[in-house]
Design a protein around this ligand. Structure first.
Ligand SMILES: *[C@@H]1O[C@H](CO)[C@@H](O)[C@H](O)[C@H]1NC(C)=O
Ligand SMILES: *[C@@H]1O[C@H](CO)[C@@H](O)[C@H](O)[C@H]1NC(C)=O
Ligand SMILES: *[C@@H]1O[C@H](CO)[C@@H](O)[C@H](O)[C@H]1NC(C)=O
Ligand SMILES: *[C@@H]1O[C@H](CO)[C@@H](O)[C@H](O)[C@H]1NC(C)=O
Ligand SMILES: *[C@@H]1O[C@H](CO)[C@@H](O)[C@H](O)[C@H]1NC(C)=O
Ligand SMILES: *[C@@H]1O[C@H](CO)[C@@H](O)[C@H](O)[C@H]1NC(C)=O
Ligand SMILES: *[C@@H]1O[C@H](CO)[C@@H](O)[C@H](O)[C@H]1NC(C)=O
Length: 214
């Protein structure tokens, strides 16, 4: 009887951890498949071939890197693959993502606000695409972010005030859009770690205080 209870407990435990790990990596897979499904042109057939193998882990897919221990997706780099389409909001479900680089493609539509859910994100590269609309204010929720690089899309509206609250930010490039509004006068206090700030070719007003480069 004791043996039975023990083995029952062990199998419940195994089942539980199996279901848990299945659930988590399958969330990542679902997010990547949804991302793939909103791409309408893939000229080098990267996603339509390499990302279509059901029997391999997503960790082996081109552009995808996983953590060694927990085997969750930690980096997605699809820079310069000529991809056309929109960015699926499901990308925000890649909970363990630290590096996201989809620069140098032809993504259109809005930058999904769900990117703001990627709480472990350190580097975000979305530049040289064809994004429209505003920079989502949820980007300001990325409290670990060090690199925010979104040059060269016709983005409009203000730079959300929340962006100037990302304490960890070292590099910010929001150049060459049609952004308007004010650069906050207390930018030095709000971004104490900033090393590179690139905002040219916009309709911004205000001043970048000379003491920003300490
Ligand atoms: C996908 O690409 C990666 C990286 O180039 C490669 O290691 C892997 O074998 C490819 N997988 C398939 C199923 O083609
Ligand atoms: C992979 O699985 C999906 C759905 O489970 C199926 O539609 C697709 O044909 C499969 N692809 C391959 C290459 O087996
Ligand atoms: C995965 O499936 C493809 C065909 O669908 C096959 O060519 C390949 O050998 C399989 N890989 C593994 C690791 O089973
Ligand atoms: C993504 O890949 C490109 C091309 O291989 C490389 O230049 C770039 O540095 C990578 N991005 C990141 C964030 O590592
Ligand atoms: C992932 O994100 C999408 C859209 O943001 C959502 O509809 C979906 O339920 C999320 N969860 C999972 C586990 O895929
Ligand atoms: C993220 O930011 C938005 C807008 O700035 C805010 O309303 C929301 O509560 C934040 N979410 C989290 C999880 O912090
Ligand atoms: C500014 O961005 C547009 C795309 O919105 C691009 O065509 C143009 O080359 C960029 N200008 C410079 C100087 O990089």
């Amino acid at each position: 009887m004791e043996n039975f209870i023990l083995s029952f407990a062990v199998s419940v435990l195994l089942l539980h951890s199996f279901a848990f790990s299945l659930n988590s990596i399958s969330t990542d897979k679902h997010a990547l498949i949804s991302f793939k499904n909103s791409i309408t042109s893939d000229p080098y057939a990267i996603l339509s071939t390499n990302w279509s193998q059901n029997n391999t882990s997503v960790c082996n897919w081109i552009g995808v890197s996983c953590g060694l221990k927990h085997r969750r997706v930690t980096a997605l780099n699809l820079s310069g693959y000529g991809l056309v389409g929109t960015v699926a909001p499901h990308l925000g479900n890649l909970t363990f993502l630290r590096y996201l680089d989809i620069s140098f493609n032809s993504f259109t539509g809005k930058i999904p606000s769900e990117i703001g859910s990627l709480s472990r994100l350190k580097e975000l590269y979305l530049g040289l695409n064809d994004f429209r609309g505003m920079i989502p204010e949820e980007i300001g929720n990325l409290s670990q972010l060090e690199v925010l690089s979104i040059p060269d899309s016709p983005l409009t509206g203000n730079i959300p005030s929340s962006v100037f609250n990302i304490f960890s930010l070292k590099f910010m490039d929001l150049s060459n859009h049609s952004l308007s509004g004010n650069i906050p006068s207390d930018i030095c206090d709000r971004l104490p770690n900033i090393e590179v700030l690139t905002l040219w070719t916009n309709q911004l007003s205000g001043e970048i205080p000379p003491n920003i480069w300490k």
